[in-house]
Design a protein around this ligand. Sequence first.
Ligand code: ADP
Ligand code: ASP
Ligand code: MG
Length: 412
Amino acid sequence: MPRLVMKFGGTSVADMDRIRGVARHVKREVDAGHEVAVVVSAMAGATNQLVAWCQQAAALHDAREYDAVVSSGEQVTAGLLAIVLEEMGVNARSWQGWQLPILTSNAHGSARILDVNGTELIKRFKERHEVAVIAGFQGVHKETGRVTTLGRGGSDTSAVAVAAGIAAERCDIYTDVDGVYTTDPRVEQRARRLDRIAYEEMLELASLGAKVLQVRSVELAMVHNVRVFVRSSFEKPEDIDPPGTLICGEEEIVEQQVVTGIAFSKDEAQISIRRVQDKPGVAAAIFGPLAEANINVDMIVQNVSGDGATTDLTFTVPASDYQRATDVLIKVKERVGYERVDGATDVAKVSVIGIGMRSHAGVAAKAFQALAEKGINIRAITTSEIKFSLLIDAIYTELAVRTLHSLYDLDK
Ligand code: ADP
Ligand code: ASP
Ligand code: MG
């Protein structure tokens, strides 16, 4: 029998009415003869509330207890959905991460899934025609036995890992949009839904700010070759051929555009170190300690110095790490030798993504011109094989996204 994972995000399980709607989607697939594992998120807003409570309890708290608290949102929805399914005449049982188990690393708050044991689920598909309703976002550390969580948006990753663990033929991600769009439809109304997108492009879109899928879920899907279909839970449950976006191998995409999509992130901070000594070992003396402090450095721009003695070095870090990063730099000031550190947190990164860039020159140059015409200053630029990113003032984010969206004809 074909096997399916169905994942429902927070807005899709926001209240009892919506949970009943979800149950009808599940029943449709069961009636069509599928073996179904469902992965659910916490009700919309629930995780934010739980995170806020941890903050109120103590600004600095033990990550193990953070996980004990924030993992509870998913437990509630898994139980509720199982109850509603049973009431509709569908055999169902809820599962928490530790019960399967979903084994993870020990990195509380952003743990990585190591293994999903699907044996019991498969047995119950066969023997009882039972739907498994799995709490997303959570797992268990295999040595300590403590509950872990996978980082914000982590239920997507739970779903893909379960799909790989039970060898499902597809992982359907139900959300509040009917697929992956050329950019966030909340920012550009003319954004278009993509029928298909390659894993690599989706990986870039997600890591550069499009939160429709958690980055790790795309990584896992790519590694295990899980076909992921993003679709809306707001469609009628009876609809058997819904619109959506298939995330698949590059070879399955017939019509390849040069630019596929645009992502943005306002969670950026810029740090510029002025008059750094221009000599071997300086970059290591700066980025080594930042890496040790677990700070993710992203765009790095360094000038060739004019006088051969000093230069400026600019890079970005997540806005949430800005303070810690400046603290680290102050500590290494003597060893590195620089004049001062300037910083800005009112910056944003806008990125243009497309596999077609591999074989097309001049894609980025067009963007520089178009933004200049709108009076948008570019603070830093990075490029790689299938994307380029621009750091700009945060107030221009929406304007830049819309400008680039129409520049590359994504609205057509
Ligand atoms: P869920 O709660 O179902 O996990 P999320 O809020 O995490 O849903 O993700 C869905 C949201 O992602 C959409 O409402 C949309 O605003 C946003 N989004 C950002 N970029 C994109 C994109 N390129 N395509 C579709 N949605 C996007
Ligand atoms: N409930 C978690 C969050 O809000 C996980 C998820 O929804 O994917 O981050
Ligand atoms: Mg999400």
